[in-house]
Design a binder for this molecule. Structure first.
Ligand code: ADP
Length: 265
């Protein structure tokens, strides 16, 4: 179990996270919020790459700083694509990451084969990363995060910059990794996460607005005004026309993060 206890992060005067508290157990969680909401900052704090200004991250009740290497060995992290080693082959990149993770040399070969299989990149393992498509780069990042079969998998915008077909593939890969582990996926693209998440965590301006199942959030924040809203607002130009027609979590997203909330009040 992962616990975030009152996490606050300041960059100078900028308050990027404000008293974030969350408890996560096994399952896929979508962290959804607009750009600048604080998703990457929170992920960097969960992975131990950044320290919070205040608050603690705990794994099974123990502060992650105190767990040190033990925490790193149960954690897999796929950051955003920048900084990928273009001059490495897929195989070499994974060997390098396996060594960094402390996977014993003898076990590395089989482990690399296993994660390449997960993301369907066995055929491309000897090619340079610089020649990979955007979707392949995302998949190799997920593969390196899966080295050592981590119990906590943190994926930062795994579908950024991908076309719709590649997005679906990545979504299916993530879904196939679910099991006894915690998978936390940040995105601002609702359809990436809506069909596969156990829960959605809504984040805005450094605060958790709410969390819940897709159904629960749709019930709570969906239009709910039905035809009456259509009539009041004059049909297509009305709130229902604007957001309600989207349906599902997309509608919730637009209501919470879109520029207007015409159907409320
Ligand atoms: P998201 O991942 O949701 O787009 P971020 O965590 O990247 O959000 O950013 C949250 C806020 O913190 C933004 O206002 C961003 O400009 C600011 N921020 C992020 N990193 C830094 C940094 N290294 N220095 C200063 N401000 C930062």
């Amino acid at each position: 179990m992962l616990e975030l206890c009152g996490i606050t992060k300041r960059y100078g005067d900028k308050l990027a996270l404000d008293q974030v508290s969350l408890t996560l157990d096994a399952g896929i969680y979508g962290m959804l919020g607009p750009n600048g909401a604080g998703k990457s900052t929170l992920m960097n704090i969960i992975t131990g790459n950044r320290r919070p200004t205040q608050g603690q991250v705990k794994w099974e009740g123990r502060e992650i700083g105190a767990l040190g290497a033990a925490y790193r060995s149960l954690l897999g992290y796929a950051p955003q694509q920048q900084g990928l080693y273009d001059g490495f082959t897929g195989q070499r990149f994974l060997s390098y990451m396996a060594a960094l993770k402390g996977i014993p040399r003898k076990a590395q070969g089989a482990e690399i084969e296993r994660v390449l299989g997960y993301v369907n990149l066995k055929e491309a393992a000897r090619r340079f990363l610089g020649s990979y498509s955007g979707g392949m780069k995302q998949r190799i990042l997920i593969a390196q995060a899966m080295l050592g079969n981590p119990r906590l998998l943190v994926l930062d915008e795994p579908t950024a910059g991908l076309d719709p077909r590649e997005r679906v593939r990545i979504r299916e890969r993530i879904e196939s990794l679910a099991g006894e582990r915690i998978i936390l996926v940040s995105t601002h693209v609702v359809s990436d996460i809506e069909p596969i998440a156990k829960e959605i965590i809504l984040i805005k301006a450094g605060r958790i607005l709410d969390r819940g199942t897709v159904e629960g959030l749709c019930e709570k924040y969906g239009c709910g005004c039905g035809d009456a809203c259509d009539k009041e607002d004059g049909g297509a130009q009305g709130a229902r026309g604007k957001y309600g027609s989207l349906g599902g979590l997309e509608e919730v997203y637009m209501r919470l993060f879109g520029e207007e909330e015409r159907c409320f009040g």
